[in-house]
Design a protein around this ligand. Structure first.
Ligand SMILES: Nc1nc2c(ncn2[C@@H]2O[C@H](COP(=O)(O)OP(=O)(O)OP(=O)(O)O)[C@@H](O)[C@H]2O)c(=O)[nH]1
Length: 827
């Protein structure tokens, strides 16, 4: 049967390391103490270490639980100790023999101490020849555990002197005993420490007793020696039984394990060493090592499953995947499409025409999402049109959209952002419903739109496909009801359900900081019911839902699945796309939120510092990079994210965008200060600078760019980046010369006589000398002449003379190629 190296090492009483080396010497395929070897290999190794044994025989002691094994060893050690002690004692003092038994010794010591403590006459008893042996026993044995105040000065002082002498005179014996028994070591370590302490504490007693002790001379010493030895098993009393199961977590160190199993760290380190693992007490251990150690002690090992409260993603997934009490929920819809194709007009029309009954005329709040009603059914629209915002949300893990409405203007057809929107929706795996808009317009051609979209696998039902197309006029509301019906039909096919009876989970649509109300977040409930008072973790922040407002500005107490609500009560502003979950209590929510914030900070630092192998070269190139520092300020978090995401994606070789700061709200003086310090451009999206900020920007010459169309902002940054680029140069061949004559002139070198066969040769040209199609030399011209005159250039068809800088080896028939480096504008 295959056996692991460490098991055999244990049987053979050699270190795993030695065994691995021996196995390697023999050419066995072993890597470490965990490697397995076959019977034959085992036999060879046994031979090598001089211990024969049947390789297939059942495992000896190594496999036995340590709890059984260890006491046996201890007993052995103890009796060895005693045996040794006996020998030495016998040599020194025959009368001490009866004290060799452990139990006897303990009893004696305890009794003796009790009587000593009781009468406080240690000194006297020391003086008396009768009590000395037992008193010495007390000094070695129970003194340590009893520590009775009364008896301390006397006992400790005697212990001190006794042990000092015993240490000096019996070190060899103890050491040799310790070699085979760990208790001896422990005792010896302990004893001098205590003595030192006691000696320090009880100066008065010390003196007195030392005096006495000296008076008693060698005999007392010997007795002390003798009595020291049997007391060695003392720490055994400390040793608690090993737990049956070692419940560990990965990364525990020896100290942690020592505490769990009530053993000395030194003992564990030694054991690991014997198993071929060299560690110190603070080093983290992996699961394998901990399991081997546990097996060696005869314990079972079980990894502790830690519940990470900060892992809200896990809770979120669990909540999302719940299959209990499923009830239908409204679909969540995002509208996408090219600029000016009518997204906002459609959203506005829906917002004003299909409001929840009884709430018509209510003031519509801009909270980033709202619900419309058709007959008795509800549809949730995300009020952040555009695929950039949609993808920014998705990038943050928020897959909130069930259905995408692709708006295409019938008078304009498929445009670049239409295609991008299709790709974004496809990447998210959401079904697309096409709204062919502006059909009221005279030039409208819906059929053209349908034909164009077929190239992108959006085939209308009437052409045998499965994409729903609805021809609408968002401006006049034509066929908008039909569009809503189609959305509901699609929703039915998707069988959208959620469990309203569980704790809520969902995503952040938008978030901002309100001066008076603090952080405000629009949340979309995706699972469960969110209630006022719920303890909540939102992204890397937390809180308790203080107030909840719906899209009509009404205060509500509960929000069912697919409902967007604006909440207050968070301790910080989360990011759009962050997930939220409701926790058991506020304390847990706080712990999770704080831990998440801490981890995010660390991850951020790590991201800024880390260099992976794959991007090492680009990181090196980065050092040469120029960058365009940008500060983004926008009206809502969604726009900030969308702009930042788009800026980062701008791909202009050699130059990158450095987003220095982003925030929601007006451009203020601190933004201008930061821009000045970092040389940044401020991009304001749907926001304006405060008068003070504008003034400061003027005096500090800080560039503020204001936009309300996202693509314009991107174009502008792109242009800035191109302006930063170093011009690119490419080689342009301008002409060729055929070498026809050679004149060697001593002071000048070789003068080439030839003819320009095509293009032009210029005095400043770079040249290549080509012989039989092979480049022989590259350099510059030293002179260019026509007849006797120096000229700037010679055109095709003309004879000329030239010399090449630092080159004289031209041959007739060579071709001289003239070229220039030409600047290419950055695309
Ligand atoms: N005739 C007509 N005009 C429309 C229709 N829908 C939108 N428009 C007009 O088209 C223009 C652009 O509409 P928006 O709703 O702002 O377009 P958008 O897609 O939201 O544009 P961005 O927000 O810039 O991406 C506006 O002048 C609208 O009035 C429609 O169905 N018919």
């Amino acid at each position: 049967m295959a056996k692991r190296i460490y098991e055999l090492a244990k049987e053979l009483d050699v270190s795993s390391k030695d065994l691995v080396t021996a196995a390697e010497d023999k050419g066995f395929d072993v890597k470490n103490h965990m490697s397995t070897i076959g019977d034959n290999e085992e036999r060879q190794l046994r031979d090598r270490f001089g211990k024969k044994g049947d390789a297939s025989a059942p495992k000896p002691a190594a496999a036995k639980p340590a709890t059984e094994n260890k006491p046996a060893q201890n007993n052995q050690n103890r009796s060895n100790n005693n045996g040794n002690a006996q020998r030495s004692n016998n040599g020194q003092n025959g009368q001490n023999r009866p004290n060799n038994g452990n139990s006897q010794n303990h009893t004696n010591s305890n009794n003796q101490n009790r009587s000593n403590n009781g009468n406080g006459q240690n000194r006297n008893s020391n003086q008396s020849g009768q009590s000395r042996p037992s008193n010495n026993g007390a000094a070695n044995g129970q003194n340590r555990s009893n520590n009775n105040n009364q008896s301390r000065p006397a006992n400790t002082s005697s212990t001190s002197s006794q042990n000092r002498s015993s240490n000096s005179s019996t070190t060899t014996t103890s050491t040799s005993q310790n070699g085979s028994g760990r208790f001896g070591g422990a005792l010896n370590n302990n004893a001098p420490k205590r003595n030192n302490n006691n000696g320090g504490r009880g100066g008065y007693g010390s003196q007195g007793n030392n005096g006495q002790h000296n008076r008693h001379g060698k005999k007392g010493k010997r007795q002390n020696q003798r009595n020291n030895t049997p007391a060695k098993p003392m720490p055994q009393r400390k040793e608690q039984p090993l737990p049956e199961v070692l419940v560990y977590s990965i990364g525990m160190n020896v100290q942690d394990i020592a505490k769990l199993i009530h053993r000395d760290t030194a003992e564990i380190i030694k054991k690991l060493f014997m198993l071929g693992v060299m560690v110190n007490q603070n080093q983290s251990l992996d699961a394998e090592t901990i399991e081997i150690l546990a097996a060696d002690y005869g314990m079972e090992a079980e990894e502790k499953i830690e519940v990470d409260v900060a892992d809200t993603d896990k809770f979120f997934e669990e909540a999302q995947n719940s299959s209990e009490n499923q009830a239908p929920r409204p679909p969540v819809v995002t509208i996408m499409g090219h600029v000016d194709h009518g997204k906002t007009t459609l959203l506005d029309y829906l917002r004003n025409s299909h409001v929840t009954e009884g709430e018509a005329g209510g003031i519509t709040q801009h909270i980033g999402a709202y619900q419309v009603k058709l007959q008795d059914r509800v549809i949730t629209f995300l009020d952040t049109p555009g695929h950039a915002a949609f993808t920014a949300m998705r990038a943050r893990g928020a897959d909130v959209t069930d259905i995408t409405i692709l708006v295409v203007a019938a008078d304009d057809g498929v445009m670049p952002q239409t295609i991008e929107a299709i790709n974004h929706a496809k990447a998210a795996g959401t079904p697309i419903i096409v709204a062919v808009n502006k059909i009221d317009k005279p030039g409208a051609n819906p059929e053209n739109v349908m034909n164009q979209l077929m190239q992108y696998e959006l085939v209308p039902e009437e052409f045998g496909g499965d994409t729903i197309f609805v021809k609408i006029s968002a401006k006049f509301g034509q066929n908008v009801d039909e569009l809503l019906e189609m959305i509901l039909l699609q929703a039915d096919m998707l069988e959208l359900t959620a469990n309203p009876d569980q704790k809520a989970a969902g995503s952040v649509i938008e978030a901002r900081l309100d001066k008076g109300r603090g952080p405000i977040a629009t949340l979309l409930v995706q699972q469960g019911t969110l209630k006022v008072g719920d303890p909540i973790v939102v992204g890397n922040t937390y809180g308790r839902v203080r107030t909840m407002t719906n899209d009509r500005g009404r205060r509500i107490k509960e929000a069912l699945p697919s409902t967007p609500v604006e909440i207050t009560g968070l301790n910080d502003v989360p990011d759009s796309g962050d997930r939220f979950i409701v926790m058991e209590d506020e304390k847990t929510a706080r712990a999770a939120g704080e831990e998440r914030a801490k981890r995010a900070l660390l991850a951020n630092r790590h991201r800024n510092n880390v260099v992976s192998v794959t991007d090492l070269f680009s990181q090196m190139a980065d050092k040469e990079l120029k960058s365009v520092p940008v500060i983004i300020k926008a009206d809502v978090q969604g726009s900030v994210e969308a702009l930042a995401g788009s800026f980062r994606k701008i791909d202009v070789d050699g130059v990158k965008v450095d987003i220095v700061h982003t925030a929601v709200g007006a451009i203020n003086e601190s933004d201008v200060t930061l821009a000045e310090a970092s040389g940044a451009i401020i991009i304001g999206f749907n926001v304006r600078p405060t008068p003070q900020a504008r003034q400061q920007a003027d005096s500090d010459e800080v560039d503020i760019r204001l936009h309300n169309v996202i693509y314009n902002a991107i174009d502008e940054i792109e242009a800035a980046m191109k302006g930063q680029l170093e011009p690119e140069f490419v080689e342009k061949i301008i002409g060729n010369v055929e070498v026809r004559d050679l004149f060697k002139v001593s002071k000048v070198g070789t003068i080439v006589g030839g003819m320009v066969t095509d293009g032009v040769v210029k005095r400043e040209s770079s040249i290549r000398l080509i012989r039989d199609g092979v480049v022989i030399y590259e350099g510059k011209l030293a002179s260019l002449k026509r007849f006797k005159d120096d000229v700037k250039e010679v055109k095709k068809g003309y004879d000329m003379g030239l010399t090449i800088e630092n080159y004289n080896d031209e041959k007739i028939g060579d071709v001289i190629e003239a070229y220039e480096m030409v600047e290419v504008p950055v695309k």
